[in-house]
Write a protein that binds this ligand. Structure first.
Ligand SMILES: [Zn+2]
Length: 61
């Protein structure tokens, strides 16, 4: 009996991601580049991920 997991690829660093079942609209973090990714679509266990622009505190310079 295999655990129902979903797979996807990080659009930024192309790391293969395996995640527990989630639904469209949820977010997850890439363990490699630490970007926040949102699930745009799920098809046949494949996730379509889109990176979310994180609000960076870029006031320094
Ligand atoms: Zn990544």
């Amino acid at each position: 009996m295999t655990a129902p997991t979903l797979t996807g690829v990080c659009p930024e660093c192309e790391t293969d991601l395996t995640v527990p079942p989630i639904v469209e609209g949820e977010t997850l973090s890439c363990p490699e580049c630490l970007l926040t990714l949102r699930v745009e679509d799920i098809r046949d266990g494949q996730l379509t991920l889109q990176m979310i622009e994180v609000q960076l505190r870029d006031w320094g310079q």
